[in-house]
Design a protein around this ligand. Structure first.
Ligand code: AMP
Length: 268
């Protein structure tokens, strides 16, 4: 990577936790189109999982990941161990305030501290010109943009659209953990978000009405437990009462012990 940099070649980094799917591959292809050298990191980062979360059971398939990453255009796959990333005595953390408190931050305390720390380390190790993140994790994207701005990090953060199954379910490594019955119900998340977006397109501006609509559609599914349904402004992620400007319709739900998130941006 040092040599590539010295020769003036640009580096694109795609951070992932592996179990690669079309969502990840779309990021890698975008990175391939924009840069000379493509690094894909695969690291199931323990510090972004809370106690009782699915760190141990998180899907892993390194052989398949290496093949898929290569086919999509990766030149280097960086797959460190937890001990390499967090050796004995590790003591330094990157904590973005404010943006990390809402949405997933409240149900997953410490999650974004782990994300920001590992992304900072990956940036330092790989020295990318550009790094690629999916809009599927909209809060993560907003937090990383904030972090890069606040820390004067010389990396361009590139956001990539959410890739979905034909039935609307956002691709996620966790989808493989759904039972057949849960998988059959899971498109309800996108249906609920889309129903709210249709209301906005038809002139609705009251966030409470949109939340109600999302909750009502989600209630069609018997296996869903809602973690949150929130309408927030797309930049600061603060709750809105009346929509004005770009807003995020954001949902987190549980299917059994599998937690899924999704979102849509609406611009009024
Ligand atoms: P993960 O392996 O889940 O940590 O995701 C690695 C990167 O892929 C993150 O930037 C995610 O936002 C992105 N990503 C995950 N799922 C999707 C998807 N369905 N569409 C687009 N990007 C995605």
């Amino acid at each position: 990577m040092e040599a590539a940099r010295r020769e003036g070649r640009t580096i694109g980094l795609v951070p992932t936790m592996g179990a690669l799917h079309e969502g990840h591959l779309s990021l890698i292809r975008q990175a391939r189109a924009d840069n000379d050298l493509i690094v894909v990191s695969i690291f199931v980062n323990p510090t972004q999982f809370g106690a009782g979360e699915d760190l141990e059971s998180y899907p892993r398939d390194v052989e398949r990941d290496l093949r898929l990453a290569g086919e999509a255009g990766a030149d280097v796959v960086f797959s460190p161990s937890a001990a390499q990333m967090y050796p004995r005595g590790y003591s330094t953390w990157v904590d973005v305030e404010g943006l990390t408190e809402a949405l997933c931050g409240s149900s997953r305390p410490g999650h974004f501290r782990g994300v920001c720390t590992v992304v900072t380390k990956l940036f330092a190790i790989c020295g990318p010109d550009r790094a690629y993140f999916g809009e599927k994790d909209a809060q993560q994207l907003a937090v990383i943009k904030r972090m890069v701005q606040d820390l004067n990090t010389p990396v361009e953060v590139v956001s990539c659209p959410t890739v979905r199954e034909a039935d609307g379910l956002a691709l996620s490594s966790r989808n493989v953990r759904l039972s057949d019955e849960e998988r059959a119900e899971a498109p309800v998340i996108f249906r609920a978000l889309s129903a709210a977006r249709t209301l906005v397109e038809n002139g609705e501006r009251e966030a409470a009405r949109l939340e109600d609509e999302i909750r009502t559609v989600l209630a069609d599914a018997s296996r869903v437990t809602i973690d949150y349904v929130e309408i927030v402004d797309a930049v600061g992620l603060t709750p809105v009462e009346v929509l004005a400007g770009p807003c995020l319709l954001a949902v987190a739900v549980w299917f059994g012990d599998t937690r899924l998130i999704d979102n849509l941006t609406v611009v009024v």
